[in-house]
Design a protein around this ligand. Structure first.
Ligand code: LLP
Length: 429
């Protein structure tokens, strides 16, 4: 990657030696809001969404943004206004989508461990579909629906046993994973679901993994799903929608995932060829909508050159950007204002007291303390997985549109962190 060319991030670019997000110099945002700071480009989010919309144009299709990738209310609202529905995995995400002003009929609920309280709330507000992941969940959902006098719309998440060829922690469609109902058991599960008076079977779903960079696993998953639709419908249960989950990868480090529109035109061609072109299509993309629309600005605190390694200590850490520590993930790191002098090889690390607290290994950069860096591809699974480890407050978030920047989340203060805690004193109840 060269400094004037940041592939895959069309709305982040250098102009006159300064890094911009859309029309805004990132240095300005750092000065105004402090660091570490997450910045998201609206145009980049909408551009990524448009690729899916083109691929699915003319079909009955729902793009259900997977909220876990980036649950900021500002992001949910942006995607809702652009026509997205939403895929949630917890009661917390349900309340976020509601708080963003989205109608509950635009929400589907995935997840292996929905609690009874979460199911009751989702029944109460009336969501579009429960993506059920086990036979015991079918029993519980049925009982709770009957008790509340409702009929729960259901899709069963099937585990198609397809290898998505990605990191083991984010492969979910293999037989060995905890997700979904095994392909071989699916028919029986549908038979049971169809016989339950509190349930209304409407669809089938799968999600085979995340950061998928090949087309073949999707084509295989679609074939396996259609085989099942055929056998389920032979038992008299109509499958109105087919939900192929999310998982499409992004370019972190020269990765070349299929483009959403091209992938979907191929998947739809398969659907048509097999005679299921009339079914409603649902998808649950997360990372591919927001991942490359975001970056994190961080300040270089100290430089610590050494015999074996040179450490560049920045003010963002594994609590803000957990993906390198968790998955050995690569995020490109670039200066906001490149220096002309020769680069040095650095370990880019945060202040957290763990050797696992690294952001980038072996990065060639010309830096001084006080410089600002941008950690790229940080729009997905960064703030959503951020923690308070080392009692660090979570970063602020800004949404940029053209030359307009809006704060969508304030920096977390120590008061925010201490709010729920009680100081228990000896001798006091
Ligand atoms: N649907 C379901 C049921 C999911 O479990 C997921 C992600 C998605 C959709 C969205 O997948 P996406 O389009 O974002 O790949 N923290 C990891 C990724 C975990 C993905 C979990 N499930 C990471 O940072 O790489």
């Amino acid at each position: 990657m060269t400094l004037d060319n940041l592939p895959g991030r069309p709305h982040v670019a250098y102009k006159d030696g300064e890094l911009f997000a859309e029309q805004i110099p990132l240095r300005e945002l750092a000065r105004q809001y402090g660091t570490p700071l997450f910045v998201y480009s609206e145009a980049a989010v909408l551009g990524a969404l448009a690729a899916y919309q083109r691929g699915l144009a003319g079909r009955s299709a729902k793009i259900c943004y997977s909220v876990k990738a980036n649950p900021a209310l500002g992001v949910i609202r942006l995607l809702a206004a652009a026509g997205c529905d939403f895929d949630i995995v917890s009661g917390g995400e349900l309340e976020r989508v509601i708080a963003a002003g989205v109608e509950t009929a635009r929400i589907i609920f995935s997840g292996v461990g929905k609690t009874r309280a979460e199911i009751c709330r989702a029944l109460e507000v009336g969501i579009a579909c429960f993506n059920v992941e086990s036979e015991s969940e079918l029993d519980v959902l049925n009982a709770l629906a009957i008790a509340s006098g409702k009929s729960a719309p259901v899709s069963i998440r099937v585990n198609p046993n397809v290898d998505p060829k990605t990191h083991p922690y984010i492969s979910t469609g293999l037989k060995s994973s905890k997700f979904g109902i095994a392909h071989e058991r699916a028919l029986e599960a549908y038979r049971r679901a169809a016989s339950m008076s509190g349930l209304r079977v409407i669809g089938i779903d799968c999600h085979i993994g995340s950061q998928i960079t090949q087309e073949a696993p999707y084509m295989d998953a679609m074939d396996r799903m259609l085989d099942l639709v055929e056998s389920i419908e032979a038992t008299g249960t109509k499958i109105e929608h087919i939900d192929l989950g999310g998982g499409l990868g992004i370019d972190y480090n020269g990765d070349q995932p299929p483009q959403a529109d091209i992938l979907w035109s191929k998947l739809l061609a398969k659907l048509d060829a097999r005679g299921y072109g009339d079914r409603k299509i649902m998808i649950e993309p997360g990372r591919s909508l927001v991942g490359n629309a975001g970056l994190c600005i961080t300040e270089v605190l100290y430089l610590k050159p050494g015999d074996q390694k040179n450490f560049c200590i920045v003010d963002a850490a594994m609590n803000d950007l957990p993906r390198p520590a968790l998955y050995q993930a690569y995020h490109a790191i670039v200066p906001l204002r490149p220096r002309a002098d020769a680069p040095t090889r650095w370990e880019i690390v945060g202040p957290v007291c763990e050797s696992g607290d690294w952001i980038g290994h072996d990065r060639d950069l010309s830096v001084q303390s006080g410089d600002l860096l941008a950690v790229l591809s940080a729009g997905a699974y960064c703030m959503s997985m951020a923690s308070n480890y080392n009692s660090r407050g979570r970063a602020a978030e800004v949404l940029v549109s053209g030359s307009n920047a809006r704060l969508i989340r304030e920096r977390e203060t120590i008061t925010d962190q201490l709010r729920a805690e009680r100081l228990v004193l000896d001798g006091h109840p």
